[in-house]
Design a protein around this ligand. Sequence first.
Ligand code: URP
Ligand code: ZN
Ligand code: ZN
Length: 455
Amino acid sequence: MDLLIKNGTIVTAVGSYEADVAVEDGKIVAIGKDLDGDAKKTVDATGKLVLPGAIDAHTHLAMPFGGTVSADSYLSGTRAAVCGGVTTVFDYPVQHKGETILGLINSKKEICEKEACCDYAFHCCITDFNDGEILDEMEEAVEKGITSYKCFLVYKKEGMMVDDGMLATLLLRAKELGAMINVHAENPDLIDLRVDQYLKEGKTSAWYHYMSRPEFVEAEADKRVVHWSTHLDAPVYIVHMADKEGLEACIKAKEEGHELYVETCPQYLEFTCDVYKREDGRNFVCSPPIKGQESQDALWKAIKSGFIDTVATDHCPFQSYEKDWGKDDFTKIPNGCAGVENLYPYMLGAANAGKIPFEKAVELCSTNVAKIFGCDNKGDIAIGKDADIVIYDKEKDFTISVNNMHSDYDHTIWEGKKIHGYPVQTYLRGQLVYDNGEYVGTPGDGNYIKRSPKK
Ligand code: URP
Ligand code: ZN
Ligand code: ZN
């Protein structure tokens, strides 16, 4: 036996209990009371929680975007991930005209083989069909474990947008292949109209980022996605849900039995659009923007009632000088914020404060992600699963600061946030990679996760 974690409280999506966990060759091989045997390493987890590593279903690492490249490389982003208890990240490489899915994914895999500090998988963003080649290639890509594809219904001027015809085609093709379409839902024409109006009026502060894409702009696109998905009977996953009206349309479709998944992000659960009135409002600029209190309340309610399936970060940080490009013009602010290191501590902190059960935090941040996206060996503390394990101290106090994060960015929207309870150790397939504030792994140790299509 390589590792024995003794006397902890195991938390899964369905319950918690005290037991020991034995690990061999990177897998959980036994769970039970008073396990013993010749372990190379024994960890005393008395009084601590033993959790499955989180799976961040939504990151943008080293992504060319907004006139620059997102500030975390595959190395720094995945290093930060494990330091926050995330043991698998999903990245979103963007396919552009002329590019093949596997050409793009293989180029990212090459980087990850050298740099990744946690396991990794890819959702591929499709922006162009290359005269139909992409639809053909999807079959081979699914066989190679790329079982989810993203459609941006926005970023028209950036050349990343997918129109309704492409969305419908992709929904049907994915369904045929047992794959999933992930959608960023906002209405681009409404945004453009409103942006032009505000710029003409000289309204250029970060507040107008929110005003140009408020609740109803997201809701229209959410409803359109629900409409296509339900009428075509094709599953869909809506990323970074931030508004109440769109969420309600999803809840209705779910209640009617349609296969539709909803992701939200910690920034929408913690902040409201008032942050855009702050002097540093541009640092919070992401799309969709953070909405009002009513939407935030609706998101928490949907988490509690089981209508939100996952919480992921949309980690896409930029440096302060890049955010500053938009000091006098909100359209020049690169869109995106940091979060990969804050996801699990934030959601577990909410559990520690009694807002949700710990089991719910595990379900949203790990178990459901593994199930929805076909990571068969992840997402649970169970015999046969990868030994991706987080040891969590419910009593440890932590104040988030850019100085105690493990990313490459120079500021964080989470600065000053106090969290009661924090991960103290992270194991990636049985290897200690994070220990009480320090990254102790080796870049390149992360593995590519070949995912299974839906049967
Ligand atoms: O503002 C964001 N969310 N930036 C990353 C790209 C995206 O839309 O997910
Ligand atoms: Zn998006
Ligand atoms: Zn995103």
